[in-house]
Design a protein around this ligand. Structure first.
Ligand code: ATP
Ligand code: MG
Length: 256
């Protein structure tokens, strides 16, 4: 397939099936350098599955991923990382027994930085995410929201071209959400990286993102600017409207 969007990270008609469950169904999404795109949808909609595909952790049953127009089909996750695709994990997945600084240094060294470069880079990144005073703490004892910021610093350690953030604001207070929104919106200019942001906090997503994609039961049901998505009837029925009935606790009701 000819991909006219050089520089873009794209999922083309991707389907992922797990023993009878279709987690995502013919989903396409294009992320360009400088973008901050949102990906929202109810629990189980397929958001993490799509991030797994875009970062090489999951191989699509159908469809494929391209970077700069070249297919990454069949490549292992470390080759996605080497080509500049970084991600954070919903569950954290930090090295709990290493220090905060080492959590950033190790992936940078693995991707070819010298120890000295990696240590200097880690100091800068950890200061940027407001963890400068915690660099020597053992990561396993960090509070939940510090974990999220460490996850972002770690993903940025390899100077990625694209960073995929899976629920970075989960469990954060209002003030922490404001801070993380500021950090996320600064990523394209500060690090020259495009961002895909998944979160159930609509205030964070609507403020940070220029465009938002909406998944429901594995299908992409809408894409548009925040105002378009907020007033889209299908999105309200599938996701945003649910918060009014209080069934979907993980969504920030006020912002939706
Ligand atoms: N490894 C797996 N094996 C079987 N089913 C899976 C697997 N991973 C995900 N699923 C299923 O695929 C669907 C999509 O899951 P996914 O984790 O992508 O949703 P999500 O949108 O990220 O949800 P959440 O908002 O709760 O994080 C769900 O039905 C889930 O149970
Ligand atoms: Mg998820």
């Amino acid at each position: 397939m000819v991909d006219t969007q050089a520089g873009a990270l794209r999922a083309h008609n991707v389907t992922v099936r797990f023993q009878g469950i279709t987690a995502i169904n013919e989903v396409s999404l294009s992320l360009e350098p400088g973008d901050i795109r949102g990906l929202i949808g109810p629990n189980g909609a397929g958001k993490t599955t799509l991030v797994n595909v875009l970062s090489g952790l999951e191989t699509p049953s159908c469809g494929h991923v391209t970077l700069d127009g070249r297919s990454l089909q069949g490549r292992p996750p470390h080759q996605f990382r080497r080509r500049g695709i970084a991600r954070t994990f919903q569950s954290g997945r930090l090295f709990g027994e290493l220090t905060v600084a080492e959590n950033v240094i190790v992936p940078a060294v693995n991707l070819g930085f010298t120890s000295r470069q990696a240590a200097a880079h880690a100091r800068e990144l950890l200061a940027w995410v407001n963890l400068a005073d915690k660099t020597e703490l053992i990561a396993g004892i960090l509070a939940g929201t510090d974990n999220r910021r460490l996850g972002i610093a770690r993903a940025l350690a390899a100077n990625p071209r694209f960073i995929l953030l899976d629920e970075p604001a989960a469990g954060m207070s209002e003030i922490e959400c404001e801070e993380i929104t500021r950090l996320i919106t600064a990523i394209p200019q500060t690090f020259a990286a495009g961002v895909l942001l998944i979160d159930h906090n609509m205030e964070v997503v609507m403020r940070a993102c220029e465009r938002i994609h909406v998944l429901d039961s594995g299908r992409m049901i809408a894409e548009g600017a925040p105002a378009e998505v907020r007033s889209n009837q299908a999105v309200i029925s599938a996701y945003l409207g649910i918060v009014v009935t209080g069934q979907r606790r993980r969504v920030n009701v006020d912002a939706a």
